[in-house]
Design a protein around this ligand. Structure first.
Ligand SMILES: [Zn+2]
Length: 315
């Protein structure tokens, strides 16, 4: 009975850490075995709000990326070796300073700055945004866009602010778009945003359509007008109606990005989300597409690096 591995493991766990360590020293693992034990698939979160996670978790705004990620950790089977994330700063009250943009960069966080459609900005804040976009460490403008879940009275204001900020986007920067409608008219708001952009940005513009919830037809129309669009998927895919789930299923691999949109879209058993949960997002999207989650994670990491680090169109 003593040689059964689970009993041996249990007995070892009863020893003090010092005794466990001396046992390890007696029977050391080979470098290959250690490597195998430590290895997790590589992950990258293409869209999260680090400032909002800090606010929700009562962390200081200068908390480190790894400190933030510890605020919600995944189930063991979905642990990933997180290479970094795209940090979206779209609330004027927490825009990063140029120094902070650099600090995030050193931690693997690619910074985008924008103005969330639910937010307004003062003249001074618009200027601050425009200045920040000139910083070489800022990879994109976003998120910006339209949100039709807000009262009708606010729609004109959203359009005006969007027109203003679109003028700030720099050559080779990514445009990160938020596009949300009431469920039934979701294709209508995508059309509305597309028409607006047609007169304001180039056809070749690199676009990240964040938290995509449109149909196959919407995705097709979008690609026709803006061929360099990537589509981001969050945990929201689990609650999409059939027609929209079909778009998740049929999306070309080369355009697909995975996002936690943390602190939002938390998983059962968590009160909030963090970039550390990107493996669990990969699992949900992979289930819909009928593929292995680790494969999908690998594809999404390559796409995110192509878009945000190399600033290249989809493959
Ligand atoms: Zn977001």
């Amino acid at each position: 009975m003593l040689i059964h591995w689970s009993i041996l493991l249990h007995l070892v766990s009863l020893l003090s850490v010092r005794h466990q360590q001396s046992l390890l020293a007696l029977f050391p693992l080979s470098p290959e075995e250690t490597d195998l034990l430590d290895r997790h698939p590589v992950g990258f979160d293409s869209h999260c709000h680090l400032d909002r996670i800090c606010r929700d978790c009562h962390l200081p705004l200068d908390a480190s990326f790894s400190e933030i990620c510890q605020k919600a950790t995944p189930l063991d089977e979905f642990i990933v070796d997180l290479q970094g994330a795209v940090g979206i700063f779209c609330d004027p009250e927490t825009y990063p300073t140029p120094q902070e943009v650099e600090n995030w960069g050193k931690q693997g966080v690619t910074v985008c700055v924008g103005l969330h459609p639910k937010k307004t900005a003062t003249e001074q804040e618009f200027q601050q945004l425009q200045q920040l976009l000139k910083h070489p460490g800022v990879a994109g403008l976003g998120e910006v866009g339209l949100d039709r879940t807000e009262p009708v009275g606010q729609w004109d204001g959203q359009m005006e602010r969007l027109k203003t900020v679109l003028q700030f986007v720099q050559e080779k920067q990514v445009l990160v778009l938020h596009c949300r409608g009431m469920e039934a008219e979701s294709s209508e708001v995508y059309s509305c945003l597309r028409y607006m952009l047609m007169s304001m940005v180039k056809r070749e513009q690199l676009i990240h359509l964040h938290c995509f919830s449109g149909s196959v037809a919407t995705a097709r129309q979008w690609i026709e007008v803006f061929p360099n669009t990537y589509f981001g998927f969050t945990k929201m895919v689990t609650v999409l109606p059939k027609e929209q789930r079909e778009a998740v299923k049929q999306m070309e691999e080369g355009r697909l990005l995975l996002e936690t949109d943390a602190p939002y879209f938390h998983f059962f058993g968590h009160r909030r989300s963090t970039p550390a949960l990107i493996g669990m997002v990969a699992n949900e999207v992979a289930k819909i597409r009928g593929v292995d989650w680790m494969h999908l994670l690998e594809v999404a990491v390559a796409n995110a690096q192509r878009l945000y680090l190399k600033r290249l169109p989809p493959q």
